[in-house]
Design a protein around this ligand. Structure first.
Ligand code: ZN
Length: 239
């Protein structure tokens, strides 16, 4: 079994109509008012910020988006004999799983926008359920278990990444024989350093990204062509 780790960033989902929100050049970073909606401190302190955040979730294209050719190619590689695939993703859209990747083989570094979590009792429900309450008129729906503040199960600015999730991602990077970073600028830590860890531990490092990344010099192969066509071809070659 060859272990192939695939680190995916915003560029993998742009063909599905989801813009880059979170990256260094992302929409949130360029709009201080929008950034407040996804910053933990502001979100917890201000009910008006939460009402706006729920409206933003309601309007977000992420939950209606469909997987594209890149997501499907990853899921197909996972079914190929002799290859074990693990996805490490900076995306919160759940599109790898919708394309057919088993949930247990996807490490969501920044959480998921498809679930909602209570900030007090940590109870989880689906985003669809919470948005149905918003549609029914609750502008800032509280936790049904304890009345606490609900938020999407994503890692907001100002929140720590889950150390268990990071530990799992590090182990996969260390064990990988092939490590492919796709559609990520490799500028957001600690996700970015996973590429370096994989290379240090002997993985063949392949970077697929339109723009240069800080890890290009370490890579065995750098691909600049559009992800929607280059990734399926690259993964086909691995089978
Ligand atoms: Zn609760």
């Amino acid at each position: 079994m060859t272990l192939v780790a695939i680190l995916t960033g915003a560029g993998v989902s742009t063909d599905s109509g989801i813009p880059d929100y979170r990256g260094p050049q992302g929409l949130w970073r360029q709009d201080p008012e929008a950034e407040k909606l996804v910053t933990y401190e502001f979100y917890m302190a201000d009910p008006e910020i939460r009402r706006r955040a729920w409206r933003m979730r309601w309007d977000s294209p992420a939950l209606k988006a469909r997987p594209n050719a890149a997501h499907r190619a990853v899921a197909e590689l996972e079914k190929a004999p002799g290859v074990a695939v693990r996805v490490l993703t900076q995306n919160v859209d759940g599109l790898h799983q919708l394309a057919g990747m088993p949930d247990r083989k996807v490490v969501e570094l920044h959480g998921t926008a498809r679930s909602v979590v209570c900030t007090a009792c940590h109870a989880r429900t689906t985003m669809a359920e919470a948005l149905a309450r918003v549609e029914a008129g609750e502008e800032d729906p509280p936790c049904l278990e304890c009345g606490g503040i609900l938020k999407s199960a994503t890692v907001m600015f100002g929140q720590r990444l889950d150390p268990v999730v990071i530990g799992e991602a590090m182990s996969i990077a260390k064990a990988a024989e092939v490590f492919i970073a796709v559609g990520t600028s490799l500028q957001v830590q600690p996700a970015a350093s996973l590429a370096g860890i994989a290379a240090e531990h002997g993985a063949r490092l392949i970077i697929v990204n339109a723009e240069p990344t800080p890890y290009d010099a370490l890579a065995d192969e750098v691909v600049r062509e559009p992800i929607g066509t280059s990734l399926p071809a690259l993964l086909e070659g691995l089978r």
